[in-house]
Design a protein around this ligand. Structure first.
Ligand SMILES: [Zn+2]
Length: 128
């Protein structure tokens, strides 16, 4: 045993769970939610950071903003030009055409896809 995860007690695990939900929570809020004092929460977090149990804090991104779409499984590629997936054929495009349907803006790769989506949407709206 290396004293890694096995060294975590219930309080450590609660703190980690809270940090995984939102790493920007203050130690004060962490303490309150975990049922301990702020100095204790701070000391525990520092200890887990020093021990390498907490290796860092990251940012969670909206995959849609990087062209992934809701069913994307890959990590967003920050080096790629900001592209979006066509709402009709899913092809990625850096210069989408936009259409607002029912108050939501959707990107399309070409006029054909945009027209197809609008036709389909209109047909559904009419119950066809
Ligand atoms: Zn398309």
């Amino acid at each position: 045993m290396s004293g890694g995860a096995d060294a975590l007690d219930d309080l450590d695990r609660r703190l980690l769970a809270l940090l995984r939900e939102d790493a920007r929570r203050s130690h004060r809020e962490l303490a309150r939610r975990a049922g301990t004092t702020q100095p204790t929460a701070t000391a525990r977090v520092r200890r887990m950071e020093d021990a390498g149990i907490i290796q860092g804090y990251t940012v969670r991104l909206d995959a849609d903003a990087f062209g992934g779409g809701p069913d994307a499984t890959a990590e967003p590629d920050l080096d790629a030009p900001a592209s979006v997936a066509c709402h009709w054929c899913r092809k990625r495009t850096a210069e989408p055409l936009w259409a607002t349907v029912d108050g939501r803006r959707h990107p399309f790769c070409c006029p054909t896809c945009r027209a197809a989506y609008r036709d389909r949407h209109a047909a559904l709206a009419q119950g066809l």
